[in-house]
Design a protein around this ligand. Structure first.
Ligand SMILES: Cc1cc2nc3c(=O)[nH]c(=O)nc-3n(C[C@H](O)[C@H](O)[C@H](O)COP(=O)(O)OP(=O)(O)OC[C@H]3O[C@@H](n4cnc5c(N)ncnc54)[C@H](O)[C@@H]3O)c2cc1C
Length: 445
């Protein structure tokens, strides 16, 4: 193996979706502007592409967030997914979210904001919402549904194919990706990263782009940044001594299903997301309450399945300020979806569509799930942390956010702020612009 260069203009740490997308876009923008080339960009990863959350994600691409500033980020992201859907394995099947009466105001805000930024979404309420669902899925049991949002540009991508696709884009653009190189610390002098230490030598970089996923807390400590902070909200609320990073454990799984999961007109169904706050999920046989409210998302299992089936998940579990990041994902015994999760997922699916009644025995018993590091307000941070270190910390929102790398590359190459990234600065916590609370049982806001 060749040794690491002593210096490089751009060093990307982490080969997940953000590191790979940023590296690819940096290379193409440097070449397009005559300011450099792909050879100016080096990606290092302690394991390899897709070793973090990007490799275990469900792959859903949606814009169902109450945080308006995320909506244009998703519009850019779908532009990137759609720029080469075959290479990225992107299936633009749409995303359908169904909720109860209490969610109508939230959904109204979302549909207005989506369309304002060119992300076409439709809203249905009352009987029209229920008719929309049964039009797609005739066996949909719509009790409790009062609102439906249909995001047309959304869908899902296969994680393995998306990673292969991004690696291919990087290679074609001349970017070197070095797997098996572990960053072990940073030399910070006068607000700049003077050097990045790795287990294979020290690298100096004009600009470091840190995309470390669930490992972000470790890098944050090495950079000398504080573990706790004060969050100020626009309404004057102040939360002192909040944890900078909070870990959540995601619960996902797969269910075999024959005949293949299709809509009434024999198409691939949109990704489905249902949140009914007042509807408990009950065990199909005992009737015992498995969860107080129904929160489930699922879609065709596609590349994840060896036979036709469904892949889905439910609300994540909060772990707190500390978690065992190594080993990651399916390799970590502590954070696998537990057997009760299979009851919950198949129970909720059976409550929603009769085709899934009795599907518990078809749950695919294998390792699943993973953890993510969330920011103090559960919204991404895209910002300079040091004068020459840019952080992409997506608060575990972001397999879908392949467009962040495009926007960050634009900012770095052109040396000017990109408006879409501005709301995600870390200074928002101190300046009273922390993102607010929402009407949902999940941390994704
Ligand atoms: C189970 C699960 C399901 C999910 N489902 C979805 C979904 O359906 N849709 C969606 O949009 N999002 C989903 N997410 C969230 C999404 O996967 C993540 O937000 C996103 O993949 C994070 O990408 P990243 O590039 O920041 O980090 P990662 O993909 O985690 O990549 C970080 C990389 O940094 C490397 N690294 C870390 N430390 C070092 C070091 N010291 N030296 C060198 N390399 C280092 C790691 O090896 C890793 O490869 C899911 C997450 C999980 C866990």
């Amino acid at each position: 193996m060749s040794s690491l260069p002593a210096s490089v203009p751009y060093l990307v740490v982490g080969a997940g979706v953000h590191g790979l997308s940023t590296a690819w876009h940096l290379a193409t923008k440097l070449a397009a502007t005559g300011r450099g080339a792909g050879a100016d960009v080096l990606v290092v990863d302690k394991s390899g592409p897709g070793a973090g959350a990007t490799g275990v994600a469900c792959g859903c691409v949606r814009n169902l967030y109450m945080t308006r500033a995320l909506h244009p980020i998703l519009r850019h992201s779908v532009d990137v997914w759609q720029s080469d859907p075959i290479t990225f394995g992107f299936q633009q099947v749409g995303y359908v979210a169904a909720g109860g009466a209490g969610q109508i105001p939230d959904y109204e805000v979302m549909v207005e904001s989506h369309n304002a930024c060119g992300y076409r979404s439709d809203l249905y309420t009352g009987a029209e919402a229920r008719r929309f669902l049964t039009g797609l899925w005739p066996d949909f049991q719509t009790a409790g549904v009062e609102v439906v949002l249909h995001e047309r540009p959304s869908g899902y991508a296969g994680t393995a194919q998306a990673i292969r696709g991004m690696v291919q884009k990087c290679e074609q653009a001349g970017v070197a990706i070095r797997s098996g190189v572990t960053v072990t610390g940073y030399d910070v002098t006068g607000g700049r990263v003077a050097a990045v230490h790795t287990d294979q030598g020290t690298i100096r970089a004009d600009c470091v782009i840190l995309c470390a996923g669930a490992w972000v807390g470790r890098h944050w400590d090495w950079l000398g940044e504080p573990a706790r902070l004060t969050k100020r909200f626009p309404d004057g609320n102040v939360v002192d001594d909040a944890d900078m990073w909070t870990y959540w454990r995601l619960r996902e799984g797969e269910v075999y299903h024959e005949p293949p999961y299709r809509t009434a007109d024999d198409r691939e169904p949109p990704v489905l997301h249902v949140e009914l706050i007042d509807t408990p999920v009950r065990h199909p046989e005992s009737g015992a309450i498995l969860q107080d409210s129904l929160y489930v998302y699922f879609k065709n299992g596609a590349e994840r399945m060896d036979r036709p089936g469904i892949q889905g998940g439910s609300t994540p579990i909060r772990l707190g300020a500390h978690a065992e990041v190594e080993p990651y994902g399916h390799a970590n015994d502590r954070y696998q979806a537990e057997p009760e999760f299979a009851d919950l997922l198949t129970g909720a699916m059976g409550m929603l569509m009769t085709r899934f009644e009795g599907s518990r025995s078809r749950f695919r018993e294998r390792r699943n799930g993973g953890i993510g590091a969330f920011t103090p307000d559960n919204v991404p941070i895209f910002d300079w942390v040091k004068d020459n270190l840019y952080l992409i910390a997506d608060s575990n929102h972001g397999f879908k956010m392949i467009g962040v790398g495009k926007l960050v590359a634009e900012q770095l190459v052109h040396g000017r702020d990109v408006a879409e990234l501005a709301p995600f600065r870390a200074s928002r916590f101190a300046e009273g612009r922390s993102f607010g609370r929402h009407n949902s049982t999940s941390p994704w806001v």
